[in-house]
Design a protein around this ligand. Structure first.
Ligand code: PLP
Length: 398
């Protein structure tokens, strides 16, 4: 008998599980479109030029491995604010926003959820249907009741914006509304700036708490363009939170580097909020790891490295767009039963392909093409060498 007899076997993460299955698949021809990782034309996770240069500088400095402050590396967190709100943001000047370094975007969401759970008497959050599954898990574990708002419309393959807006209008005051600021995971469908303006208005009128998750800034239309929703919330004067990640945009997945930013009414409130965030972090992991923050901090504060990052990011963004184009073209050339032109209009790493769970299963069993059961495919894993094969496999299972 053991105290652990009561511990049930938890289900494996479906996406990470697929990734493991892919690795052990002995077939020579196989394509992994399951996990959200950007790969190069050679099918490798890149070490960005800019990261290599920043790491060289860090190594040359030869600094010891001391603790970072609880809130993280100051040059990093100040750089994050400029990236999110723009160089000349009034929010930054007025010290209304506080930023803490986090363990990736996931860690930012977690610290934010724990903080909000302390503040709200009956914490409730709402996520898009569908969303990144960890949104639900993180907020539930923090003590939230988690619901969903309509987003993807299966019949049209588009966003059902009127339904989304209606749903938001029906929420209780202080409901936390989790929003994908750009490159929606899993659908690849983003709101227009006009639609964002309406979401901002509804959040303000109904006293909702927007929590923007931006894990793919720079993968949609560009760093500035992808911050459009954040800039609109910033201009509205309401309080909101932002979780951002550099896992994808710097290809620093394993360094666990991101940030949580809370926008407050004034600097006095911001200072109190910062103290509460630090208390959450202190009792959790004490202070964040340094290496990723040093890399990103260097880059965000050095014009030359910044320009290099913009170039590296552009290359990734444009390669993804090219792969979207190629996939749609290949399927058309093969005379596929379905038009895949919509793939070229979606943003970011993912596409909701519309494939059914049965078709996804056949892709894996018969062709070694791994997609998520929902039909989500990571187009950032396609390349000139596998896109035709992938298209042929999709055509066969349609
Ligand atoms: N949010 C969304 C929507 C994501 O897709 C991801 C990564 O897949 C994250 C947050 C967090 O990523 P990480 O914790 O690796 O930075």
């Amino acid at each position: 008998e053991s105290i652990f007899d009561v511990v049930a076997q938890a289900p494996e993460d479906p996406i990470l599980g697929l990734n493991e299955a892919f690795k052990t698949d002995p077939r020579e021809k196989k394509v992994n479109l399951s996990i959200g990782v950007y790969c190069t034309e050679e099918g490798k996770v890149p070490l960005l030029n800019v990261v290599e240069k920043a790491e060289q500088k860090i190594l040359e400095e030869g600094a010891p491995h001391t603790y970072l402050p609880i809130s993280g590396l100051p040059s990093f967190t100040s750089g994050v604010q400029k990236l999110l709100f723009g160089e000349d943001s009034a929010l930054i000047k007025d010290k209304k926003a506080v930023t803490v370094q986090s363990l990736g975007g996931t860690g930012a969401l977690k610290v934010g959820a724990d903080f909000l759970a302390q503040v709200l008497p009956n914490p409730e959050a709402i996520v898009s249907a569908p969303t990144w599954q960890n949104h639900v898990a993180i907020f539930e574990q923090a003590g939230f009741e988690v619901g969903s708002y309509p987003y993807y419309d299966k019949a049209s393959g588009e966003i059902n914006f009127p339904a989304m807006l209606e749903s938001l209008k029906g929420l209780k005051e202080n409901t936390v509304v989790i929003l994908h600021a750009c490159c929606h995971n899993p659908t690849g469908l983003d709101l227009t700036q006009e639609q964002w303006a309406q979401v901002v208005d509804v959040c303000a009128a109904h006293k909702l708490i927007p929590f923007l998750d931006i894990a793919y800034q720079g993968f949609g239309d560009g760093l500035e363009e992808d911050a459009g929703a954040i800039r609109q919330f910033a201009a509205s004067g309401i309080t909101f939170l932002v979780a951002n990640s550099f896992s994808k945009s710097f290809s620093l997945y394993g360094e666990r580097i991101g940030a949580l930013t809370v926008v407050c009414h004034n600097s006095e409130e911001a200072s109190r909020v910062m103290s509460a965030l630090k208390a959450v972090i202190r009792a959790n992991y004490s202070n964040p790891p340094a290496h990723g923050a040093k890399i990103v901090g260097q880059v965000l504060n050095d014009p030359e490295l910044l320009a290099q990052w913009h170039a590296d990011l552009k290359e990734m963004r444009e390669r993804i767009k090219e792969m979207r184009r190629d996939l749609a073209d290949e399927l058309k050339a093969l005379g596929a039963k379905k038009d895949f032109e919509f793939v070229t209009r979606q943003k970011g790493m993912f596409s909701f392909s519309g494939l059914t769970p049965e078709q996804v299963q056949r892709l894996k069993d018969e062709f070694g093409v791994y997609a998520v059961k929902s039909g989500r495919i990571c187009v950032a894993s396609l390349n000139k060498g596998n896109v035709k094969y992938t298209a042929e496999a999709i055509k066969e299972v349609l």
